[in-house]
Unconditional design. Structure first.
Length: 317
């Protein structure tokens, strides 16, 4: 797309104020026009763009000044889900609040971009993020979570500075990933120390991520072997779906899936049956929440009749 003269002058104004401080006075209109060798109309348009983007303030009869917050950086927090929906853990809301507090401590503003899957012809959220970055109002993005590789790859295509929490994209140079193998080892160790001999795994898998799912089971089996224990599929409950099924508008919530999985695992078996697990490791707090409801329904006492090790956060219900 051709760049207009006003766009070029706007970039020159941005470069001019890059080393200036808030409230500093810019050269007067005529001096800027002479220095940049542009018409009054072009300069006025460029200053209008700078004003619209929050870079300068024009005061009638006083001059042109650097805007008060021009040096304040803005970081976008991108979430490819709706963290307020029933199908997602409240842990995401807690993490978002902590990120905002950390950014504020370093004098960064934050802008939250929620981009759940949509069938709309125009993705307004992505359009807004693209425009904010192009205008210089967004200096970087924290990719917090999503529903698939397409969202992450789209952000990578913007060439925007990014830190990503994305276990499936560890090749990104600035990635933060959940150390799931360590969590599995810690969970199994905790259950083994409580005397559990028949430990099962409660988890959710995506059909398209078969390699990752197999790796998780291998890690679980290896952790059991460290304590002289064996893996028996009959003691575990796995929620397996395609990505489309996970993201469908009418999909069951993780809490509902956890309830059904544990209820179907334990309800057919007598209370003292050796076919029942005596320990259960869950790597998802919402699955755990549903599992606890199922245990209550079956009159199984967590920590007494069945030991449970899980992720936890104070906002889970």
């Amino acid at each position: 797309m051709p760049t207009s003269k006003a766009d070029s002058v706007y970039q020159s104004i941005r470069a001019l104020i890059a080393d200036m401080n808030p409230h500093d006075r810019l050269p007067n209109f005529n001096d800027m026009r002479s220095e940049l060798r542009v018409s009054a109309v072009t300069l006025d348009r460029a200053l209008g763009m700078a004003e619209e983007h929050g870079l300068v303030v024009r005061q009638q009869g006083k001059g042109i000044f650097v805007a008060p917050h021009v040096r304040l950086k803005t970081v976008g927090i991108y979430m490819g889900i709706d963290p307020f929906g029933a199908n997602h853990s409240p842990v995401w809301r807690g993490i978002t609040d902590q990120l905002r507090d950390c950014c504020a401590a370093d004098e960064f503003e934050t802008h939250l971009f929620l981009d759940p899957p949509t069938t709309a012809p125009v993705n307004v959220v992505r359009q807004q993020l693209t425009n904010e970055f192009a205008a210089g109002r967004l200096q970087g993005v924290i990719y917090l979570c999503g529903t698939g590789p397409e969202q992450f790859d789209w952000l990578m295509g913007l060439k925007i500075p990014m830190v990503a929490h994305h276990p499936n994209r560890q090749s990104h140079t600035a990635s933060v990933v959940l150390d799931e193998p360590a969590l599995i080892r810690m969970g199994v160790q905790s259950l083994a120390e409580q005397g559990c001999k028949r430990i099962g795994l409660l988890s959710h898998f995506c059909v398209e991520d078969a390699k990752q799912s197999a790796g998780k089971l291998e890690q679980f089996q290896a952790a059991l072997a460290e304590h002289g224990l064996v893996y028996d599929p009959a003691w575990s409950a796995h929620c397996v779906r395609t990505r489309a099924q996970w993201n469908a508008p009418n999909a069951q919530s993780y809490k509902e899936l956890g309830y059904d999985a544990v209820f179907n695992l334990l309800s057919p078996l007598p209370a003292k049956s050796p076919a029942r697990p005596d320990g259960l490791l869950s790597l998802d707090d919402m699955l755990t929440s549903g599992a606890m409801a199922a245990l209550n329904r079956l009159d199984i006492r967590p920590g007494v009749d069945l030991a449970v090790a899980t992720l936890a956060n104070k906002d889970s219900s």
